[in-house]
Each structure stands twice: as C-alpha cells, then as structure tokens.
Ligand binder design. Structure first.
Ligand SMILES: NC(=O)C1=CN([C@@H]2O[C@H](COP(=O)(O)OP(=O)(O)OC[C@H]3O[C@@H](n4cnc5c(N)ncnc54)[C@H](OP(=O)(O)O)[C@@H]3O)[C@@H](O)[C@H]2O)C=CC1
Ligand SMILES: O=C1O[C@H](COP(=O)(O)O)[C@@H](O)[C@H](O)[C@H]1O
Length: 594
C-alpha cells in the first residue's frame, strides 16, 4: 500500500504488531510483545530479578527522576546517557551507575539522512556538544547513513566543518573534536533496502562488541521516506538486547488524515514509546523556562487566566526566505511549518493546567487537554501573505516564487496570522494570536502576554487616551538574545509626576555567563535517556491537526490568494486587521520594541 509516507508494509517482511493502550505499556522483548500495566512496581521487581540489577534513578532535563531502566522499550536494563556524570556536577543531575554497567553497555546513534542539511547543521554539532560536555555514555558510536557514497573519512571531513566549541569552553576543543570524529562512521545505503540495513546492523554489532546495545535512529530525511526507514531499521537493525528508539523529524503529515496514516504506519513497526516526534522549539531554553516561570513563582500563576490576561501573542519571524528549502516548503507553507507545531506547542505549554507532576506523561496529558479544548481555527480568523521581491540600498531580494523549486503561480503562504481560542474556564474569550513569517525585517521568536488595564487607574490621565500604552506586558523572548522582561509603569524621578514605561529585564547573556545549549542537544539527550516530555505524543498530534485541518483545506479549496509583502518588511497589513478585530495590537510592532 503506497502512501504519502511510502508503503507501510513490504510483502517480503513480517511486521511486529504493537498496541498501545491507556494505562498499559507494550514491551518488545526479543520480538515478543507483552502488554503490561504501566508503572507497575511488580514489573520493576520482576525486571530486577531477571537482570539482577538494582534500580537507579536517572534524572533528565526536567530534573525529575526517570527510571533509567526503560521497560517501555525493552528489558534491556542498561543505562544510557549521562552515565559519566559525576555526582552533583551537572545542575544536580546525578546518576549512580556502576563501572560495570558503564563498561557493559553501548549506545549507537544512527543519523539517517547524514548527508543532508539538518544533519550537518544541527544533529552532528549537537552530538559533538554533548560529547564535549561529557553527556554521552562511555561507549558510543555515531553512524551516518544515506545514499550518497562516502567513506568514514569523508563523513568526518564533511561534519568537522560544522562542529563548533562553546564560546566559553574552548579548552582542548581540537582534541575533543578528533576524539569525537574517531567515533563517527558512515554506511551508504538505500532507505528502502532491508539488505542495506542488515549490513548496517553488522557494522553496528561490530562496534558494539557484544555489549548491551541501545540504538537510537534519527530520521533526518524527507517525510516520504520515514516509513521505509522505520520498516527496514526496525526489522533489520533493531537492537536485539537493548532498546531501539527512533527520533522522527517533522513534518508529521500535512493534515489529520496523512498524519494519522503516518502514525498508523510507524506503529506497525514501533510502539508509541519508541517514537520520539521532535519539535525542536520544545527544546529551546526559554520554552523550557515557561513552566518554571509559571509554577515556581507565586507572582505569575494567580494572574495566568482570563481574569488578568487580555491576550497572548506567539510570534515567529525570520529575516530570510525559504532559501534552498522551497521544494519542501511549497508543499507545506508557514501554517504547517511553524504554527501547527512550534507555536501551538508553546501555546499548549503556556495555557495548560498545573500537571500532576513533572512526569512526561502528566505534562503531555495537560497539553492534550488544552488542545482538545480549543475551537478549530476558522478561515475568517486567519490572514495569509507571501513575500515578493524587493530592492533596498542597491541590493535586490528575491520573491518566494523566484525560487526555482517553487511554481510561479504558487499560493503557498510564507506568512500567516491567526486568532485561536480555548474554550475552558481559564481562557474563555482570550485571543491567542499567532503570527509567523519568512523574509520579514527581523529574526525573532517570542511570547507576549498583554495584561488587562488597571481598573479605576488613579494615573489614567498621565497616560493620555491610549490605555494600551500603559498595559503591563510580559515578554519571553525565545530568540535571539534570550530574555524575560516585564513592562511596568513607574514614576520618572523628579519633583513632577511623569510616568514612564520601563522593563524589568532578565537578559540571559547578562545574567548567565554560560552559553545556552542548542535545542537539539537537550532533545537528543532526552531521547537517549528515554525522557518523552519534550516529544509529541500521537494524541497530541491528532488534536493539533484537528484544529488546523478544516481551515487548511478551506484555504486550499478556495484558493485564497495571499497578500504580498516586500521581502524584509514587517509583513502584510492583514495581520493588523486581524488583531484589531479582537482589539489587540501586535506587541512586537508597538514602537518601543520593534
Ligand atoms: N533543514 C532544516 O532546517 C530542518 C529540517 N527539518 C526536517 O528534517 C528532515 C531533514 O531535513 P533536511 O536535512 O533539510 O533534508 P534534506 O533535503 O537535506 O534531506 C536529507 C537527506 O535525505 C536524502 N534525500 C533528500 N531528498 C530525497 C529524496 N527525494 N529521496 C530520497 N532521499 C532523499 C538526501 O541524502 P542522500 O541523497 O545522500 O540519500 C539528503 O541529504 C526533513 O524531514 C525536514 O522536514 C525540520 C526542521 C528544520
Ligand atoms: O522547523 C523549522 O524551524 C526553522 C526555524 O528554527 P530555528 O530554531 O532556527 O528558529 C525554520 O526555519 C524552518 O522553516 C522550520 O521547518
């Protein structure tokens, strides 16, 4: 059966059925599928007895203890990441792991699509950064896999150019790079060839040298190849006595139907717990900090509702166009590329109720509730744009349709603004405005929270007629130059009574000397540790698509023509009309911050 994602099944293969029920977990043990109650203590006792191992606690980036023995993935019992941690030296993350365990287990990371843009730009550099900071296990190997014929040496040369050392940690950097590159190997193969994956398996086994082997596959390939790779990897290159996990890159389909199909296909070879759907915005420092800000400070949570918040704005802009990715982009557009995933995930984290605990499932349960409480997006609450060519200071900037991989008559939006609503007691009536665009005047991602006007404000006359200018606004600047600042009103010092707007500003680079790790580092580390909190569960994905699919279909069926905006501008004026419909002004264009 051919699908957008390739065939789910190949006639020559037997597939491993998997099931995933609420309150149950499916484990694959030497291809035996057992469904067991989740979190059962007796299971852990059985597990300990089988392996004669003590349970130890692995703390992940949420600082929450995880069971390092991942029974979700298999009875491997082997520690994975962070085993090098010396007690207390990594922000309180310590893992007592015996020397014997360190020696006897190994981690193999296979980057599928290693010749590609993302692998070079993000994945190999993130793996190196983890290695440099001692986050990777003692025994690990990195394999690149793609069709391009490369030798190990050629792969090393290719990636060495993209590895960088942290600004604040350059000590022994060149040596560390050499050590890392020596652990990198390459295997050329087709994505749909079980034979080629069998050969990869032999090479992996060779490096694993009989140790308990855990295998992580990173699918850094176009989405139509996902299922082929998962089929071949799970059938021919799964670990036989360790866990096997697969990180899947977006896009996870282009609507509810194709996303459901992708999930169904993937689950023919993998359990849900083996699938790590990545949304790299969840790995960004400021997005991680959102929950900390809310739930560990008394001052914010009481204000976090319709009673005090007038609107929330989620803004993404890039100051470059689709450059080189037009072929991919034209099939998706900005709404699918940024809004349905990155911005919606931030919205869910922002708006969720307090989770029962920091456990990944508890957090994801709360996010799903938010998504399910939302009203599907209406076409009249969306405005779309597309950038056109523009000349400035003697330089000319191309239009979206100048990209040779984009049809000249493309209606694909490179900009969109949307108003979403959450129908629950906390957020009823509060507009959540999203705005995302390519080829705008600046590169920026931020969350803006505009609070209500002060009732009966004694200082009203000092603000003139425009009370919006006096509204408190909390801004979480995700990038660049990470910051959290709160706009407040204060008195200008002096004998008169003049009011001023000031920022209470937590600027990360001023407060912390340490360079902020890239989102991919955190996410890779969590996948290695079996921490799923920052990955998208299939029900979250379904709920996210349910919100966007009807509107996307209507947009395409009605062939809505996007409003053209000049490359490098602030975007189409339609975004202002949409905001005005809900009595909102975009905070990023208000003058004091733009
Ligand atoms: N690049 C980015 O910034 C981002 C990318 N992503 C996602 O990550 C994944 C990888 O992205 P990226 O690295 O940009 O992708 P690329 O287009 O660079 O593809 C990666 C590799 O896949 C192989 N490949 C490409 N096209 C095809 C094809 N039509 N058929 C078979 N193989 C093909 C090529 O390897 P070879 O020919 O050697 O086999 C290529 O090097 C995609 O799913 C993308 O959507 C997500 C966020 C950001
Ligand atoms: O997922 C994607 O993200 C990038 C932007 O990521 P960032 O971390 O650099 O902000 C975007 O350029 C790309 O179109 C999209 O697919």
């Amino acid at each position: 059966m051919a699908t957008q994602f390739g065939p789910c099944l190949s006639s020559s293969t037997t597939f491993i059925p998997s099931s995933h029920f609420k309150n149950e977990t499916t484990v694959l043990f030497n291809r035996l599928v057992v469904t067991l109650p989740r979190k059962s203590t007796w299971l852990s006792q059985i597990h300990s007895r089988i392996h004669g191992q003590k349970h130890f606690h692995l703390k992940c980036s949420n600082g929450h203890p995880l069971n390092a023995v991942s029974w979700h993935d298999g009875f491997d019992g082997s520690p994975v990441a962070k085993e090098h941690l010396k007690p207390q030296d990594k922000e309180g993350l310590s893992i007592p792991v015996s020397e014997e365990e360190k020696e006897n287990s190994t981690l193999s990371i296979t980057v599928v699509g290693a010749s590609g843009d993302l692998a070079k730009k993000k994945i190999f550099p993130a793996l190196f950064a983890l290695f440099y900071e001692d986050w990777l296990p003692k025994n690990f190997t990195v394999f690149g896999y793609a069709r391009t014929k490369l030798t190990d040496e050629e792969l090393r040369n290719m990636i060495s150019g993209t590895l960088t050392c942290r600004i604040d940690q350059r000590e022994n950097c060149a040596d560390k790079m050499d050590q890392f590159l020596k652990r990198c190997f390459y295997h050329a193969g087709q994505y749909d060839s079980e034979e080629d994956f069998s050969k990869l398996d032999s090479k992996l086994k060779d490096k694993e040298a009989g140790k308990v082997s855990n295998r992580l596959f990173y699918l850094s390939v176009p989405p139509n190849i996902f299922v082929d790779v998962v089929r071949c990897a799970s059938l021919r290159a799964s670990s036989s006595h360790g866990w096997t996990r697969v990180i899947v890159e977006k896009p996870f389909g282009r609507d509810s139907e194709s996303s459901g199909e992708l999930t169904r296909c993937l689950k023919q070879y993998l359990t849900e717990d083996q699938i790590f759907r990545i949304d790299h915005y969840l790995g960004k420092e400021l997005v991680e900090n959102l929950s900390v800000l809310r739930f560990s400070n008394l001052v914010f949570e009481p204000l976090w509702s319709r009673a005090y918040i007038r609107n929330v704005q989620l803004i993404f802009s890039e100051d470059f166009g689709t450059e080189g990715r037009g072929g991919y982009f034209d099939n998706y557009g900005i709404i699918r590329d940024i809004m349905q995933n990155h911005l919606l995930q931030i919205l869910a984290l922002f708006a969720m109720e307090t989770p029962v605990s920091l456990d990944g499932e508890d957090i994801r349960n709360e996010k799903v509730k938010v998504l399910r409480s939302m009203k599907p997006l209406q076409l009249e609450d969306v405005t779309v744009g597309q950038y056109k060519g523009h000349s400035k200071s003697g330089r000319s900037y191309p239009a979206y349709t100048d990209d040779p991989t984009v049809p000249k008559d493309s209606l694909t939006p490179t900009f969109a603004a949307a108003a979403l609503f959450i129908n629950n007691a906390r957020w009823d009536g509060v507009p959540f405005l999203m705005k995302a665009g390519k080829a705008l005047h600046t590169r920026r991602a931020e969350i803006r929270v505009q609070f209500r006007h002060v009732p009966g404000n004694l200082y009203k006359r000092n603000f003139g007629t425009d009370l919006d200018k006096a509204t408190n606004e909390l801004v979480l600047r995700v990038q660049p130059d990470e910051a959290i600042y709160l706009k407040i009103n204060n008195k200008v010092p002096g004998l008169g009574m003049r009011l001023d707007r000031s920022d209470l500003n937590l600027l990360y680079r001023a407060r912390y000397a340490k360079e902020i790790p890239d989102a991919y580092e955190r996410l890779l580390l969590d996948a290695m540790a079996g921490e799923r909190r920052l990955f998208i569960r299939s029900d979250e994905l379904d709920a996210a698509w349910a919100l966007f699919t009807p509107m996307l279909k209507e947009l395409e069926e009605k062939k809505i023509v996007p409003e053209l905006y000049p490359h490098g501008s602030r975007g189409p004026v339609g975004a202002h009309y949409l905001a005005a419909k809900y009595n909102v002004r975009w905070g990023d264009l208000s003058g004091d911050d733009s």
